[in-house]
Design a protein around this ligand. Structure first.
Ligand SMILES: Nc1ncnc2c1ncn2[C@@H]1O[C@H](COP(=O)(O)OP(=O)(O)OP(=O)(O)O)[C@@H](O)[C@H]1O
Ligand SMILES: [Mg+2]
Length: 368
């Protein structure tokens, strides 16, 4: 068999060859662009656990906006976010056609430099607002809009969020052609919503990236394997799809390693041993990339709490966890709070606790 490229992409932010189960989210976003200023999808929050495909979603949104000849500025939240945004807005970064953009002020490189004062937290809302307005003026001449995407929003500094929210709110009020998407871990929602200063973002359209239905996973596996010249049986497809539990990162890992196992035998027919070996490899990678790092920052007692939770197949009432630990509810409540704050566990609608990290329950059961 000739060397072929593995069609699966188990890398962070790696755009999968086949994007599964996100049709509705993408449609919501596109409707926002196409329905004009004031459409709900123009301010969007995308949340989900690690590895559910938030970064991939932002990339797809960027592609859809570019296809409409919009400019796209992609940033990741960390210290200096607003300064980087101002820089990108003024230097024309993210422009489809650099020749059509005339930055109102060349910021880096030209020796003009912004004054310290202009970039101070106090002045930042105004600085950002005028930078956005400048860019929108240039874009308006070709009837195009501006998309800003912010990844890892849960790590954003509050002052940066205030500056961004203020600036965007102003542009929306002025009916300018702008859209913004914030992606991040689910705690970003409670952080944002509890903050009085950022109330404006409460009106944003929220999309939670959840598990992908298994039949869609199976169909996507079938298409991807077969399109790459590998034959695979329906039973093998079902086995592979079921172990992913619909978790996007695991979908890529399982696909990748099964494909690789057959490739190593120089064969284009998947055999059952490839499926078994591939699933095993995928679990090892998932443990190393997700479960082990999550547990690393936790204390022995935190872990005991999690192990007590892992005894049940689904959410556990807090009192049961304490009982299983042989501790008082008060004692258990301390660890419950720590783990909620670390976003390793979450509270369900019924006030029970469940794992917030995919596959952590299974990892703990295997490694007790
Ligand atoms: N809809 C999808 N269908 C198939 N695979 C997907 C899908 N979305 C994401 N993936 C795959 O899942 C993996 C994780 O995606 P991504 O890095 O976008 O997740 P994330 O939510 O940004 O994770 P993190 O919180 O760690 O940043 C990648 O390998 C990607 O190719
Ligand atoms: Mg990401």
């Amino acid at each position: 068999m000739k060397a072929k490229e593995n069609p699966f992409k188990p890398t962070a932010g790696g755009e999968p060859p086949l994007l599964i189960g996100r049709g509705k989210v993408i449609r919501d976003f596109e409707k926002g662009l196409d329905n004009g200023v004031g459409a709900p999808g123009r301010i969007m929050l995308v949340t989900g656990a690690r590895g559910t495909g938030k970064t991939v979603m932002l990339t797809v949104f960027g592609d859809r906006a570019k296809a409409r000849r919009w400019d796209v500025i992609e940033e990741t939240a960390s210290a200096g976010l607003c300064e980087r945004l101002v820089d990108a807005l003024r230097t024309g970064r993210g422009a489809l056609d650099h020749l059509t953009i005339r930055p109102s002020l060349t910021f880096a490189g030209a020796g003009i430099g912004l004054g310290e004062a202009e970039l101070s937290p106090k002045r930042m809302p105004e600085t950002l607002r005028s930078a956005i307005a400048g860019r929108l003026d240039a874009l308006e001449k070709r009837h195009a809009g501006l998309l800003i995407t912010i990844d890892e929003t849960q790590a954003a500094e509050r002052s940066d969020m205030i500056a961004i929210a203020t600036a965007i709110q102003h542009q929306i009020r002025e009916r300018r052609n702008i859209a913004i998407v914030f992606a991040g871990l689910p705690q970003m929602i409670s952080d944002l919503f509890n903050d009085e200063v950022i109330t404006f973002l409460r009106r944003a359209k929220t999309n939670i990236l959840t598990d992908i239905p298994l039949d869609e996973v199976r169909d996507a596996f079938a298409t991807t394997f077969r399109a790459s010249g590998m034959s695979i049986t329906d039973a093998q497809l079902s086995t592979a799809a079921n172990v992913t539990a619909g978790y996007p990162y695991m979908i890529q890992l399982v696909g990748y390693h099964i494909w690789d196992a057959a490739d190593m035998r120089d064969s284009d027919t998947i055999i059952d041993a490839d499926v078994t070996a591939g699933i095993e490899e995928a679990r090892i990678d998932l443990d190393n990339a997700v479960c082990i790092p999550e547990l690393q920052g936790l204390s022995k007692n935190d872990r005991e709490y999690l192990e007590a939770m892992a005894a049940s197949d689904g959410p556990s009432p807090t009192v049961n966890v304490a009982q299983r630990m042989g501790k008082t509810p008060n004692y258990a409540a301390t660890y419950r709070k720590r783990l909620l704050d670390a976003f390793v566990i979450r509270e369900t609608e019924r006030g029970e606790v469940d794992f917030a990290v995919p596959f952590l329950r299974e990892y703990l059961r295997r490694n007790q």
